[in-house]
Design a binder for this molecule. Structure first.
Ligand code: BGC
Length: 957
């Protein structure tokens, strides 16, 4: 049956449920209509298949490949496509239909905590590499979810902040990579971001989802929300957000249903969303052709008795609509043990090693590399034993085959080892440092394995600085003073400053290289492999040099993208700033000569041809880069922009011709006034080179451009963008650029608390802080290690509406309403009682007992499951749910405590004798102070000391 016909046979309730998840990872199944569910799972640099029944701590064992920052540094589209197909096969083996990646947000600042997952500061490079990844995954019959659409360029307040961006910058920098992937690789799904863009949430943004994505770019797939990104579901349905993930536990389905009945939502929008969901489900299950009028009519609800028991998502009549997901999930896991899948972890580990070798970037080499077997070699630093291979958060892969550089190097020679410093904290250990220095003095060469501890960068929070731990910086300097052959190998997901750069002989940027990182590092160190990675981002000298330093991460409500198009090398070149390592930089053990540049033009396009010769003595690969710039432009521009690249593999003495097509887009800029891409007539410079700062050959061409071309702004209107330093654009000039007044940065002090606000807002509101901070501190200030500090930051920045939707009923709308009224000083006593009930309410208990029953059943069934029981120190939305539940229980305790104290202390009597009821407002009463004292007493009892040391100082070296 045609999908449109199937939709006609669905009830309004079924349709409303179908546009939300069944749980955290599955879509809703409607047995009656023969609609099965499909499964999505996290990626992007490996498969993270978690099991909502077991909680997020346990995910299926999989292979961890290098994360996005490293992958993009390979500058190798074929390699990306190959990785995609390896991942696609792993997904198939694990019955995963859609992998949640690639993540391609632009690296606006090196401080973004999630930069390790993202690809580049350059949209062309990100778009090309991501398209290849998508082609690879989808060639295996598995879908992708290109994320996070769009302008999610920071973790700070990612769920609420509004990115204030001018149209040209949005199109040229923040949307361009998405556009490329959508147009050329046709991803099955996109995931919208949490944040707002110019005041509108991406999850309810008709301009983003319908006008640009669908109408302009021709996207015909499905848009899903990021986990918990839905604010107003009705607006979202109208705006083109098809699928809400994870399940809101029926809350939003109910709202959609009611809105249609009340005539507030046109059912045609709901039908469109359902159609997109069903198209995707059909693509991976082929269910539609099996559905007939007869099969629907013949359906008997009692046949479903077993399913009804298994899932928390129920419709209003208590019938389970998505029931088979939990069962399927358990079945999937039992069915995907290594014996019966084609997913060969050992073979894929080898792939991970090959890929990692191409992702590492040799930043400096004055001759210490490659190492020679006969040298006396010392490895210093715990990363040599325990490499940091990936970042924290939803992309964290549960891998078990991690081979360290120390283990891998024993295949080459006997290397010595000194720990030198801990890889997890910034503490100087004089004894360890002295031992390392002593051994370094006796060695021929010392390789220091440095890098960022896990707690320094992660999903969920941004970095506070770009320093390595001071204990590492100090030891690197000390060793370099006594050992001329000092080599540093870096394990980090985003640029770090290198105050010792002139003192050391060589630096290898290993990024977060995946489970085979240690082997790949050793392959490069010993010259078994010639390094060929190039930086996909600029390494600035210090954080203060970065273009958005003054405007990152913004304020409570907004983050202003004042630097406009001047992101990364576009900025550094514009202002002629010194950088540590430029975009596109990367050395090799051999040398390459560029020659014979020829550029043919016609129809505002160009064909670029040139030759590269390997003039050294070993085989190697060179990622040649083609940049376009414009002389005498009447539009403000970056001096040059990457518009093409090719990675060429050459034997010693070999020469190859490289050809690259530059289409119209390579010469266009986005005119916000014209609402389209336009080409300015005149001369363009084509620069070809080994990095953005190492241009080897150049040519100038002339293009006709678009007739009637007119720039949007003059230099008088935007002097800083044309002639000045875009890091310091004044208010009025930015207002000219965005075409309106700057939006409010902060909430007004007297703003009433509401469901769209966060715990962070409580702390800042006069009424909230008065007696709600101690209460809510229970949510966040459970004892946390530094590793978990991000969970605290996430929780305090999650809006109440997302907590409600993601807590599986443990924190329901009624409780939220109670919290809100309490904070606003309304109905205080009554709401304390309501809060006392908060936590594991009736639904929560039901959920838990179901969960237990399923787990029990599974344990009986499973013997040899591949589900690891190892905790991976990461967290995801399920963990937030768990935490809310836990917090709920604590608040419940707290509420009861308050009531008891009120009774015990006689305050209750006093309130009553004052002629007031407990339900009355009490913040204006003179008993207020006593009451607050009580709150802190109860709070102290159940609270534990927070980990103060999570605050980093912001001092640059
Ligand atoms: C992340 C997504 C991820 C999702 C599911 C979100 O918090 O932003 O990238 O795919 O969780 O884990």
């Amino acid at each position: 049956m045609q999908i449109k016909e199937i939709i006609k046979n669905l009830t309004l309730e079924e349709k409303s449920l179908l546009i939300g998840g069944a749980d955290a990872w599955n879509t809703v199944a409607v047995k009656r209509a023969g609609i099965p569910s499909i499964r999505v799972s996290d990626g992007p640099h490996g498969l993270r298949k978690s099991d909502w029944l077991e909680g997020c701590e346990k995910t299926v064992q999989a292979v961890c490949f290098p994360s996005g920052a490293g992958l993009a540094s390979s500058f190798n589209k074929d390699l990306m496509e190959h990785l995609g197909s390896v991942l696609g096969k792993e997904c198939k083996a694990e019955n995963v239909n859609v992998i949640l990646g690639p993540a391609i947000n632009i690296k606006r600042s090196p401080l973004c905590g999630r930069n390790f997952e993202y690809m580049s500061e350059d949209p062309y490079l990100a778009g090309q590499m991501a398209s290849a990844y998508v082609r690879g995954v989808q060639s295996e019959g598995v879908g992708v979810s290109l994320k996070h659409f769009a302008a999610n360029n920071q973790e700070k307040r990612r769920m609420t902040v509004s990115a204030v961006i001018d149209e040209r910058t949005l199109r040229e920098i923040y949307l361009a990579a998405f556009e490329e992937v959508v147009r050329t690789a046709k991803p099955d799904t996109l995931m919208c971001s949490y944040n707002k863009i110019n005041g509108v949430y991406s999850s309810e943004n008709p301009k983003l989802l319908n006008e640009i994505l669908r109408d302009e770019w021709g996207f015909d797939g499905l848009v899903m929300s990021d986990w918990g990104a839905v604010c107003d579901r009705i607006k979202g349905v109208e705006a083109g957000l098809d699928l809400e993930m994870p399940s809101s536990n029926g809350i939003n389905a109910k709202k959609v249903e009611e809105a249609v009945i009340a005539g507030q939502l046109d059912e045609k929008y709901l039908d469109l969303a359902v159609e997109n969901v069903l198209k995707l489900v059909d693509k991976y299950t082929g269910f539609a052709e099996k559905v007939t009028e007869e099969s629907i009519a013949a359906y008997k609800p009692e046949e479903l008795s077993e399913d009804v028991e298994t899932s928390p998502a129920e419709n209003s009549s208590g019938e389970n609509v998505s029931g088979e997901n939990a069962e399927n999930n358990a079945k999937d896991i039992a069915e995907t043990t290594p014996e019966n899948t084609s997913f060969d972890r050992i073979a894929d580990h080898k792939e991970a090693r090959k890929i990692a070798r191409e992702c590492m970037v040799l930043l400096k080499n004055e001759g210490a590399l490659p190492l020679k077997k006969e040298q006396k070699i010392l490895f210093v630093g715990e990363f040599a034993k325990k490499p940091r291979i990936q970042g924290g958060g939803s992309s964290h892969i549960n891998c078990t085959r991690i081979i360290s550089a120390l283990q891998a190097s024993t295949r080459h020679t006997n290397v010595m080892y000194a720990k030198g410093f801990s890889s997890t904290e910034d503490v100087i250990d004089e004894r360890l440092a002295a031992e390392a220095r002593e051994k370094a003095a006796k060695a021929d060469v010392t390789v220091i394995f440095a890098g960022l501890p896990d707690s320094f960068e992660s999903e969920g929070y941004d970095r506070k600085h770009i320093r390595l731990p001071q204990c590492q910086n100090r030891l690197i300097r000390e060793i370099a003073d006594i050992q001329p052959n000092t080599v540093v190998v870096l394990h980090n997901g985003s640029p770090v400053s290198m105050p010792w750069i002139t003192n050391v002989n060589a630096v290898l940027e290993a990024y977060l290289g995946g489970e085979a990182s240690g082997e790949a590092v050793v392959d490069i160190l010993f010259g078994k492999v010639n390094p060929s990675g190039k930086l996909a981002e600029t390494f600035p000298v210090g954080i203060k040099d970065t273009p958005c330093y003054n405007f990152f991460p913004g304020n409570r409500l907004t983050v202003e993208y004042r630097e406009g198009i001047f992101v990364g090398y576009r900025y550094y070149e514009k202002v002629n700033a010194e950088v540590l390592f430029p975009f596109g930089h990367g050395l090799s053990y051999t040398s390459f000569v560029y020659s014979g540049l020829k550029v043919e033009t016609g129809n505002n396009k160009a064909k670029v041809k040139f030759k590269i010769k390997n003039t050294g003595s070993c085989a190697g690969a060179e990622a040649a880069q083609i940049y376009v710039g414009k002389t005498d432009s009447s539009v403000y521009r970056a001096p040059k922009e990457l518009k093409g690249f090719e990675k060429v593999f050459l034997k010693p003495g070999e020469e190859k011709e490289v050809e690259c097509e530059l289409d119209e887009r390579a010469f266009s800029y986005y005119s916000a006034k014209a609402g389209k891409w336009v080409i300015e007539p005149g001369k363009y410079v084509i620069s070809v080179g080994a990095s953005s700062a190492d241009i080897r050959i150049k040519d100038v061409i002339e293009l006709q451009g678009d007739p009637g071309f007119k720039p949007d702004f003059t230099a008088e209107q935007l002097p800083t963008y044309f002639l000045g330093t875009p890091a310091a654009v004044p208010d009025e000039e930015f207002e000219t650029l965005i075409g309106g007044k700057l939006p409010e940065k902060e909430f007004p002090r007297d703003k009433k608390f509401d469901i769209d606000m966060t715990l962070e807002d409580l702390k800042n509101s006069p009424t909230g802080s008065k007696y709600f901070v101690p209460l809510m501190s229970l949510v966040c200030r459970r004892r946390m290690t530094r590793k978990e500090a991000y969970a605290e930051e996430c929780m305090s920045e999650t809006p109440i509406h997302s907590m409600v939707c993601m807590s599986w009923g443990r924190f329901d709308e009624e409780s939220a309403e109670g919290v809100i009224q309490l904070v606003n000083g309304e109905n205080t006593g009554a709401n304390l009682r309501k809060l006392a009930k908060l936590g594991f309410d009736a639904f929560g208990e039901k959920f838990n007992s179901k969960k237990e029953a399923i787990l029990k059943k599974r344990k009986e069934k499973e013997r040899d499951t591949d589900m690891s029981t190892k905790s991976d120190n990461s967290f995801n939305t399920e963990k937030i749910g768990e935490m809310i539940g836990e917090a709920g229980a604590k608040i419940e305790q707290f509420g009861k405590g308050i009531m008891n104290k009120l009774e015990e202390s006689g305050i209750k009597d006093k309130i009553e004798s004052a002629g007031l009821k407990i339900g009355d407002k009490i913040d204006e009463m003179e008993l207020d102070k006593k009451f607050n004292n009580l709150i802190s007493k109860v709070t102290k009892k159940s609270d534990e000391t927070p980990d103060d040391d999570s605050k980093e100082d912001d001092k640059e070296e």
